[in-house]
Design a protein around this ligand. Sequence first.
Ligand SMILES: Nc1ncnc2c1ncn2[C@@H]1O[C@H](COP(=O)(O)OP(=O)(O)OP(=O)(O)O)[C@@H](O)[C@H]1O
Ligand SMILES: [Mg+2]
Length: 343
Amino acid sequence: MIKKIELKNFRIHKNLNIKINKPIILIEGNNGIGKTSILESIYFISTTKSHKTNNEKDIIRKDQEFTSVLVETNDYKLGITLSKKGKHLTVNEVTKKKVSQYIGYLKVVMFSPEDLNLIKGSPQERRFFMDAELSQSDLEYLELLIKYNKILKQRNILLKKIKVDDDFIMLDILGNQLFDLTIKIREKRIDFLNQLNCILLNNQKDKNFLIELEYKHHLDNKKLLEHYLNKQNNDILHKTTQVGAHKDDFIVNLNHQLAKTYASQGQIRLIVIHIKTAILNLINQQGNDNVVLLLDDVLSELDEENQKEMIRMLLNMKQVFITSAVPLGIHEENIQIINMEDI
Ligand SMILES: Nc1ncnc2c1ncn2[C@@H]1O[C@H](COP(=O)(O)OP(=O)(O)OP(=O)(O)O)[C@@H](O)[C@H]1O
Ligand SMILES: [Mg+2]
């Protein structure tokens, strides 16, 4: 579990050192003081990504050249430095050249207000979610994805240069590779959603609140291959690869209706919490019971009954970080309260 966090130039934090000594950590303080940024830094050290932005430079403190995060767990010292030159990853002070060699030392599940986009947001946001969760628990998936993105980039560069009467040899090779990788990525994503569906069904005490996730793609496997091999002109015209794993999506149903248009605001929040809980269960099933849970402003939004259910669940966790702009008034032996105003 996490014992120490050191941030340099991470968003609002110029120099922040925190020692952790309890399983439940409440981070309290006024709006804008930097609570979410601390959770973001833990997510970052776990996944090498921000949960808030795709543009990673955003996390570097304004007018600074770099940011660095150092997190010590019971077993490892994890470090990331991000600058214009890129990302430098270390485990126990040894450099890891590939993200796939770095991922997996610390697993996290994050609940944040942005997660409501899982239901309300764009396909891109749902793919980001699937990719992030799967990459954490399945290294093979991460490697597939990295390979896929590399080939996709090559094919898109080629599509910007090529003319319809040029030969398509290279385009076909890349198309074939994208097809093979899409099949594998789809299999893993569908399997992931099915596993979540099973857990969701199991966790459901209230039978009137049935959540189901369903994979969606524009073209099935057969039509996809046909596109890559016979409809190249279409992509050349648009100068980009229009189909494949990078365009797929999933939908969320509540009681067999599309949650996006059917569920209430509160229900959407609950659906997201249920999905996140299912992910946590899934990671635990895979033999990791040392997942760190990050809760950004979630408890304060729930009604009393749901809040109680959430706290009951938290007591089973090895380590939980919770932020709140209002003091939650929970004082227990195994809770460490960090008041940002005191730091
Ligand atoms: N790159 C950056 N450099 C400096 N400051 C930044 C940077 N990015 C964001 N900030 C600032 O960091 C502050 C802290 O944001 P953060 O989201 O962590 O606060 P918070 O305590 O979670 O607030 P809230 O209670 O409103 O959720 C904001 O005031 C924001 O303006
Ligand atoms: Mg916040």
